[in-house]
Design a protein around this ligand. Structure first.
Ligand code: 5GP
Length: 206
């Protein structure tokens, strides 16, 4: 009797540190989650690798994936498209492994509809000044892109009500630990455990 894996969605405004928190979680040797690599049409940044950070794609191929229902969700963010390949997610959950998505809020909203019993975590900055300085410090964005990302961030923060948990990212290590603790707690949620546990009692009846 295998429990299905848990779909964990980490979302929040761009620049909040989702990527950093995700990388910190996956750099640990004892991490039990499987990371779902997204497809994107944006240009590769220095240091990024195809098939590791993203599957970098043309717009044509991305459109084809949408037409063929190959994406669990997708969104246009600023000037680019991002999406989650559905096959990997489904197959990995069926194997009983937890799948971790790090996506923006439009995509998270779509996933919520398809996986209402997923675990939705909203990562927020301590304040907006901090968010802007993180985006500027990252040095990957132009002046107008920074402004676009800040505008998007303000709208995204209003979507907090769509999430199960909120984690303030004022310290990466602490945020990682909190996310991991939430996942542990979620696995112990009575609604998730009860049916499976009762079946186990039946099998092991004395
Ligand atoms: P970046 O260009 O900085 O790598 O990512 C921009 C935004 O797209 C970030 O908020 C990131 O979390 C989000 N993102 C990355 N992959 C996906 C995806 O597959 N789907 C959606 N909806 N957003 C994604």
């Amino acid at each position: 009797m295998k429990e299905k894996g848990l779909l964990i969605v980490l979302s929040g405004p761009s620049g909040v540190g989702k990527g950093t928190v995700r990388k910190a979680i996956f750099s640990k040797e004892d991490t039990n989650f499987e990371y779902s690599i997204s497809v994107t049409t944006r240009a590769m940044r220095e240091g990024e690798r195809d098939g590791v950070d993203y599957f970098f794609s043309t717009r044509e191929r991305f459109d084809e994936m949408i037409q063929n229902d190959e994406l669990l969700e997708y969104a246009q963010y600023v000037d680019n498209y991002y999406g989650t390949p559905v096959d990997y997610v489904q197959k990995t959950l069926d194997e009983g492994k937890d799948v971790f998505l790090e996506i923006e809020v439009q995509g998270a909203k779509q996933v919520r509809k398809k996986f209402p019993d997923g675990l939705f975590i909203f990562l927020v900055p301590p304040n907006l000044q901090e968010l802007q300085s993180r985006i500027v410090t990252r040095g990957t964005e132009t002046e107008s892109s920074i402004q676009n990302r800040m505008n998007a961030a303000k709208e995204e923060l209003d979507m907090m009500h769509l999430y199960d948990y909120v984690v303030v990212n004022d310290d990466i290590e602490k945020a990682c630990e909190t996310v991991e603790s939430i996942v542990v707690a979620e696995h112990c949620r009575r609604e998730r455990v009860e049916k499976l546990y009762k079946k186990r009692l039946e099998v092991n009846k004395c």
